[in-house]
Write a protein of this length. Structure first.
Length: 366
């Protein structure tokens, strides 16, 4: 609603500006200044609504998952900004502060250790919200502890964190920092049984984590992962491309700095992949991450002679980009494949044996 109102104000302002220009009347500069101030006020208002929406969604976590999980949200730090506006200013060089979710099974025995799943959210300027309710229930029901970082660039925490976005850059370290926090602060976390899982941009971050920190993760799953930013800049529209070129850490469009986009593309960095068992899923009718990106990733892994990965390219599955995160039976059967892959290496105390076990988690049974 605020965006609609702002657009109406902007249109009226532009019409007035055209009239002033045509008539030669004074006031053009003043009107342009007023439009700029109005735009800034509405941008601030949008962030305020995002914060409110986030707080409401946080309450929903307790309603939807609180019966089987202890839920917390902790404030931690990642590395300093890659680019400081004022390198000599007060606070320059300080670590970036952000929140991360923690989900612990209510029936966990404090005398035992449990596997940890690191779960970065997807989306450019998105966040970890109750869209993932059913998946968290499935993980916790099997005995997994889960952490989900609201890494730099996430929405719902104000303009400052939002504008720190560093796609494929230091956000990767933020997510790994959430893993380290859990190991350092929760004695029930087994540091030798840590996996990472994510879809879309979250899958992209999962790939870069096992590329950059292979010793930290025992296993990984990436669903419909963003894989080739250079290709992506070609088939997306200008508004999407601007989300990247406007980032302080990137600063230019792909045609002006191909090397930077290549560095931030998993398909071009597969030489870093070592031996973390990796499962990749993609879908031919994905309306967000075109299958060609993931095909490039798979072909690159094969060309590099990498062996310890597997993949499945699903043909026009219902749901497109969200196909294996949905609630229909086929999607649940696909998630069983994902859990079988993770469970083989992380050995949770109550692994699902069938889709029926997965369904029970959704019903609220343990």
């Amino acid at each position: 609603m605020t965006k609609i109102i702002f657009n109406l104000i902007l249109i009226i302002g532009l019409l007035n500006l055209s009239f002033l220009k045509a008539s030669g009347q004074p006031g053009t500069t003043e009107l342009m200044n007023a439009i700029s101030k109005t735009e800034a006020r509405f941008e601030d208002l949008r962030h305020q609504f995002d914060i409110l929406e986030k707080k409401i969604d946080d309450l929903q976590w307790y309603n939807r998952v609180g019966d089987i999980a202890f839920i917390d949200k902790v404030y931690i730090t990642g590395p300093p900004l890659a680019v400081e506006k004022n390198p000599t200013g007060q606070g320059a060089g300080n670590p970036v502060k952000f929140w991360t979710y923690v989900f612990i099974p209510r029936n966990a025995d404090p005398a035992k250790k449990y596997p940890l799943l690191v779960f970065p959210h997807g989306g450019v300027h998105a966040n970890f919200n109750t869209y993932y309710t059913h998946i968290i229930r499935e993980m916790v029901s099997q005995g997994y502890i889960v952490t989900a970082a609201e890494y730099r660039g996430s929405t719902g925490y104000g303009a400052a964190l939002y504008n720190m976005i560093d796609y494929g850059g230091l956000e990767v370290q933020d997510v790994d920092a959430s893993r380290q926090y859990m190991i350092d602060n929760y004695s029930i976390v087994d540091k030798d049984r840590v996996g990472i899982i994510g879809w879309s941009h979250g899958g992209y971050i999962a790939l870069f984590n096992i590329f950059e920190y292979p010793g930290n993760y025992r296993v990984a799953f990436t669903g419909v992962p963003v894989s080739d930013l250079i290709a992506r800049m070609g088939y997306k529209n200008q508004a999407y491309r601007d989300l990247f070129s406007e980032q302080a850490a990137i600063g230019k469009p792909a045609d002006q700095n191909v090397a930077e986009y290549r560095k931030r593309s998993p398909a071009w960095q597969v030489h870093k992949y070592q031996n973390t068992p990796l499962l990749i899923h993609t879908n031919t009718n994905d309306e967000d991450v075109n299958v060609l990106e993931v095909e490039h990733l798979i072909k690159s892994l094969k060309a590099e002679g990498k062996k310890n990965f597997s993949y499945e390219i699903f043909d026009a599955m219902p749901g497109g980009h969200s196909f294996d995160r949905m609630d229909y039976m086929e999607a649940k059967e696909i998630r069983m494949k994902i859990y079988n892959h993770l469970n083989k290496y992380l050995n949770p105390p109550r692994p699902f044996r069938s889709v029926r076990d997965l369904q029970k988690a959704g019903y609220g049974y343990n």
